[in-house]
Design a protein. Structure first.
Length: 270
């Protein structure tokens, strides 16, 4: 089914995440004639997509159906202030800027503007993002569905009513891919310490992490159940897990890491 909107869509910021969203929308069949992009210097790959699909960048729609804000957090307020005159009664503003609350976003906009705050992650580049979204009271059901469709184009979407949970969401899924990349990095280094050459250690770590992720994604079993199935009593995996699950091990480190990320998210929001 093609992605359909109530009217024109304005994407502000076509960097890595904005570009991933744009490509996802086009893959879902969104009419390029309905898309307008505002970005002075998009990356070469995104610029090529914009040019090849004839997407308008010189002029912007007067009252778009949706405005997607994908600029750096420190640029959000100034960007919204400039866009305020373009917001109509039916416009919904969808922001993916980290640390910008619904109240922050509403400040430079006309009173009563419909606003959705969302936190996707870098896996949007391959259509596998985990995105969590929340909306203010001005967002209608149709506007929420429109934003859901825009976010669903790059992966799974979940909605929450309690915005205060967004700091924990950011710490778990927003920043989470970096934790997984670090796992692969450390696993490869451990392989080298065990005697493997660099290329083999890196290949084994990359394939193991991506393969385990795919299995977790496709299985109906929980992560703990999958771990138990691969762990033979007194076997090699059990010996490794005894270290990882011991005092000061993997779980304790991740709890501390997520808490630190959530704390920083709250600081950015204030």
């Amino acid at each position: 089914m093609s992605l359909r909107l109530a009217g024109p869509l304005l994407l502000v910021g076509a960097g890595k995440m904005g570009g991933a969203l744009l490509e996802g929308w086009l893959r879902q069949g969104l009419d390029p004639a309905l898309v307008f992009v505002s970005d002075p210097e998009p990356p070469e790959d995104v610029a090529a997509v914009i040019a090849s699909r004839g997407i308008e960048t010189a002029k912007l729609p007067a009252k778009p159906s949706a405005i997607v804000i994908a600029v750096k957090p420190q640029l959000v307020e100034e960007t919204l202030r400039k866009l305020a005159p373009k917001i109509g009664k039916g416009t919904v503003v969808l922001s993916i800027a980290a640390g910008r609350t619904l109240a922050n976003l509403a400040r430079p906009l006309p009173k009563g503007t419909a606003i959705v705050r969302a936190m996707p992650n870098t896996a949007a580049a391959v259509g596998r993002s985990m995105t969590v979204a929340c909306a203010n009271d001005a967002v209608s059901r149709d506007q929420a569905l429109e934003c859901d469709s825009l976010l669903d184009a790059v992966g799974e979407v979940m909605w929450i009513a309690d915005e205060s949970l967004m700091d924990a969401v950011t710490a778990v899924s927003g920043s989470g891919p970096a934790y997984v990349f670090l796992l692969a990095e450390c696993l490869a280094e451990a392989g080298r310490e065990a005697g493997l050459d660099e290329e083999l250690a890196s290949q084994l770590a990359r394939a193991t992490v991506s393969g385990a992720g795919a299995l977790l994604s496709h299985s109906d079993l929980s992560a703990s159940e999958l771990r138990e199935k691969v762990t033979s009593p007194k076997g090699t995996t059990a010996a490794a897990l005894e270290v990882l699950m011991g005092k000061g091990g993997f779980k304790e480190l991740l709890v501390r890491a997520v808490a630190a990320a959530a704390k920083r998210s709250r600081e950015l929001s204030s």
